[in-house]
Write a protein that binds this ligand. Sequence first.
Ligand code: CP
Ligand code: NVA
Length: 330
Amino acid sequence: MALARGKTHTPLPAAADLRGRDLLELDDLGPTGVRALLDLARHLRTTRAADVRHALEGRVVALFFRKASTRTRVTFESAAARLGATSLFLREGDIQIARGESIEDTARVLSGYVDAIVVRTYAHAEVERWAAAADVPVVNALTDLAHPTQVVADWLTLEDRFGQLGGLAAAYVGDGNNMANSYLVGAALCGMDLRVATPPGYEPDAGALALARRLAAATGARLTVGHDPHAAVAGARAVITDVWASMGQEQEAEARRQVFAPYAVTPELFARAAQDAVFLHCLPAHRGEEVAAEVIDGPRSLVLPEAHNRLWVEAAILLALLGEEDGDVG
Ligand code: CP
Ligand code: NVA
């Protein structure tokens, strides 16, 4: 498909066939969809979206967030503005869901008012309910199970650095949480060599791992899931971690500090990676817990470009899901 680009005629990368789709986890996009988003995000970053600043004029994107957010909220709102769309940020307490109105009624009603709904919540089943009831695309802005938009930005950051994702060795050490799950699915779709090491009892979601393994069988990706952080990091070109206690797990934070201590990305652990290895973290980070300050603030940390890439990935997502077919590019 092709996309409306405002009044100029700079060719945009094709956005596969993503128009009108939901994005709950990366398998909703498939390998070609992820590829399309990476190319589109890179194009939008290079051009600062100058050629598409009217592409979504008159469109409205609603964001319904039940958890805190800096990056995801601001990048979706900034991306919408840069494409000519309006965004509405709805905190949980702002709408009648807080007083018991159902997700289904809310989704059906909002579908008459807005062109996409971006949802951050706890149970993944909630975004599935939003998607099932809404007539407009629903985008998962993080659930307890998955954080797909972050992984596209991370893969963009790694592709920028290493030129390609296929066969790239990356290690994720820490909690088998939403990030771990989406890294597995994303690595599978992009044919990567991902090694995940978590403490026993904190493994990635079994369903996400099974999905990732099915996808990997088609792309040739290599996925290793175990408990040894040193084995995972050995020779990896990217070392990735995330918080030990995710949003909603604050009361477990102290107990988790003990369990996760061997999984901290210290200078010693990072030194086991390849000589040109980089460090990624979706942020927010806790220096001295999951990562040492010397690593996250060191010369091989890409956390800032990673965070900044979120903007162009969200712009690519909105454009791909909502852009008009144009017929002469792509
Ligand atoms: N990485 C990420 O999703 O950050 P926020 O929680 O600030 O959105
Ligand atoms: N795993 C973290 C990611 C934050 C972006 C959380 O869910 O809190």
